[in-house]
Design a protein around this ligand. Structure first.
Ligand SMILES: [Zn+2]
Length: 146
């Protein structure tokens, strides 16, 4: 338990989750979800990604220091934080998997072309989280790979 809390705090600190970009109550849930991922993935996230989740309107300029030297950001719906921990962890892992595998999805409208990327992201999320949750329960959350 002590180790786990230390890891969560370290992740929260390392990510320096922008207070303006993530509501306070979600910070713990985000850090907890990230703590379940392999260490190299957590390091990748800390170096490359930002998370944005907002209940109200926000204007964020790309000149904002948080965006500098980042590969991209992950936009999370504000109602995600009301879901079960396994669901929160899965959605976050799936989106990180796209970034980690360098998915450059060119035709967002063409579902047929997207499906292989979505299956790959689902599979990767299941693999990353399989130490914390049963594969059966994780697979139920997959939209594309069941
Ligand atoms: Zn996806």
């Amino acid at each position: 338990m002590f180790f786990r809390m230390k890891k969560l705090e370290k992740i929260d600190y390392n990510l320096d989750i922008a207070r303006e970009l993530i509501p306070n109550h979600a910070r713990y849930l985000l850090a907890r979800s990230l703590s379940l991922l392999p260490e190299e993935v957590v390091n990748f996230v800390a170096d490359n990604l930002l998370f944005i989740s907002s209940e109200g309107g926000e204007y964020i300029t790309f000149n904002h220091p948080f965006f500098q030297n980042r590969k991209g950001f992950i936009l999370l719906p504000s109602d995600l934080w009301k879901k079960k921990p396994i669901e929160i962890a899965f959605v976050i892992a799936h989106e990180i998997a796209h970034a980690y595998m360098n998915d450059e999805i060119k035709s967002w409208d063409d579902m047929e072309k997207r499906i292989p990327y979505e299956i790959k992201a689902d599979k990767t999320a299941v693999r990353w989280l399989s130490k914390s949750y049963s594969e059966k329960n994780l697979r139920r959350l997959c939209d594309y790979w069941r």
